[in-house]
Design a protein. Sequence first.
Length: 81
Amino acid sequence: LGSDVLLIGQSIQSDIAWLNLTQGADYNEALDIAEKFRFFNSRCRRFEYFSLSQTAYGLLNKTMHGASSHSPIEDCRVSIK
């Protein structure tokens, strides 16, 4: 990809590991949407995470996937919005 690339995705660390990408060589920075929009649940004393669909609906008022199955292409398009 390149050392100047910004990767954006939902819980992206597992994708980076699966693709065997190296920070600094294959990409510069990774932005994990799940980490940006987490909240602390004081009752359970842990962080809770929204799904990409929940985040898209809350921030963009966009319903994802509808009745169809999962689409990685739609995930990508929503992630960069």
